[in-house]
Design a protein around this ligand. Structure first.
Ligand code: DQA
Length: 152
């Protein structure tokens, strides 16, 4: 059985999905993504909570809280923090919750500095370049293939 309690996290500027650089990120809004994710999890008998913030410390605090909530798996698009945040990396490692890294765009096909991620070497899986379908794919993977925390 896969993860039953999932947390979907989105970093800075992803609240602008749908209007932000649509040639790169498409026209789907974050609230569309979040409600589809909740339905996807509940159809599989799991629960999914979500959070987006533009603030690094708030994202770190949310990750710390996930430990007390018994979250089995995190799906995270760290956005620009991908390329710069040791603190966010340490937070994920600190709570010891397995995570999947998602990027809407193909970070390897853009500016050279975007190819560097502080998360990929610790992620269970990395998805990029699938557009917003990447979230659906990540959640499917978590539901099907990642163990519940209690059984790890
Ligand atoms: O904000 C983002 C979004 C992103 O994580 C993506 O989803 O493709 C890619 C990052 O380089 C960028 O800073």
């Amino acid at each position: 059985m896969g993860a039953r309690k999932i947390l979907l996290l989105n970093g800075p500027n992803l609240n602008l999905l749908g209007t932000r650089e649509p040639q790169i990120y498409g026209s789907t809004t974050l609230s569309d993504i979040e409600s589809a994710a909740v339905s996807q999890a509940s159809a599989a008998g799991a629960t999914l909570s979500f959070y987006q913030t533009n603030h690094e410390g708030k994202l770190i605090d949310r990750i710390h809280t996930a430990r007390t909530e018994g979250i089995d798996a995190i799906v995270i698009n760290p956005a620009a923090f991908t390329h710069q945040s040791v603190a966010l990396r340490d937070a994920l490692l600190g709570v010891d919750i397995p995570f999947v890294e998602v990027h809407v765009s193909n970070i390897h096909k853009r500016e050279e500095w975007r190819a560097k991620s502080y998360f990929s070497d610790k992620a269970e899986a990395v998805i990029c370049g699938l557009g917003v379908f990447g979230y659906k794919a990540a959640i499917e993977f978590v539901l099907e293939h990642m163990k519940e925390k209690a059984k790890l």
